[in-house]
Ligand binder design. Structure first.
Ligand SMILES: CC(C)(COP(=O)(O)OP(=O)(O)OC[C@H]1O[C@@H](n2cnc3c(N)ncnc32)[C@H](O)[C@@H]1OP(=O)(O)O)[C@@H](O)C(=O)NCCC(=O)NCCS
Length: 180
């Protein structure tokens, strides 16, 4: 299995991987990725990663820009979503490897933190922790299940870098969270 930056000709394959992973929610999540791709303030080239088996795309993870309202102003941060592994290759460590790869690249890029909304049973063992106790109030407690709002603090994180998440427009629209 290899993980690399999405190539220009991967766009359709990424749509397929995301659709197959999310099944019933396929259209919503594929549309979300397309909308992020078309949002310059959110999309950062080089932060969309594809896992391949025998050169066949089987997994994908995306990091896009979000913001934290800190006491020193708005701070750029990263949002991890979506994470997708095609059904026939789930449970083989590919999702875990994609999360690790995304965090490694974010660390190397000097990003202070990565946020996501997901199942703490999965992400809690993969570098993430509940965000609220670490100083990141849930942006929409009425919509996000307890514990799902999570953060990975990276080596360049400093203590003042806390505050409420501000999502990019495509994610805000999806989650009914604060808009950019
Ligand atoms: C969740 C998902 C990305 C995990 O990828 P994966 O390659 O199967 O995961 P790994 O093999 O690295 O790790 C297996 C873990 O995933 C869990 N898992 C497997 N399939 C899962 C599924 N459909 N939904 C949630 N968790 C799942 C397993 O319980 C296991 O957990 P544990 O090791 O903490 O006990 C993948 O199953 C998937 O694409 N699911 C559908 C889309 C989705 O829910 N994405 C995440 C939300 S953004």
């Amino acid at each position: 299995m290899t993980i690399g930056v999405e190539r220009p000709d991967d766009v359709e394959a990424v749509r397929g991987v995301v659709a197959r992973a999310f099944e019933a929610d396929a259209a919503k999540v594929v549309d979300m990725v397309d909308a992020l791709r078309a949002t310059p303030e959110a999309w950062i080239p080089g932060l969309s990663f594809v896992a391949r088996l025998d050169d066949e795309p089987v997994g994908h993870v995306l990091l896009t820009r979000c913001w934290i309202e800190t006491e020193r102003g708005r701070l750029d941060a990263l949002m991890l979503t979506p994470l997708s592994v095609v059904p026939e290759h789930q449970g083989q460590g590919i999702g875990t490897a994609l999360v690790a790869h995304a965090l490694d690249v974010a660390t190397a890029g000097g990003w202070p933190l990565v946020l996501l909304e997901g199942d703490p049973r999965f992400y809690g063992r993969r570098g993430f922790a509940a965000a609220e106790p670490l100083g990141f109030p849930s942006p929409a407690p009425q919509h996000i299940p307890p514990g799902a709002h999570q953060v990975a603090l990276l080596p360049d994180h400093e203590p003042w870098m806390t505050g409420t998440l501000v999502n990019s427009a495509p994610l805000a629209a999806l989650n009914e969270l604060p808009r950019f």
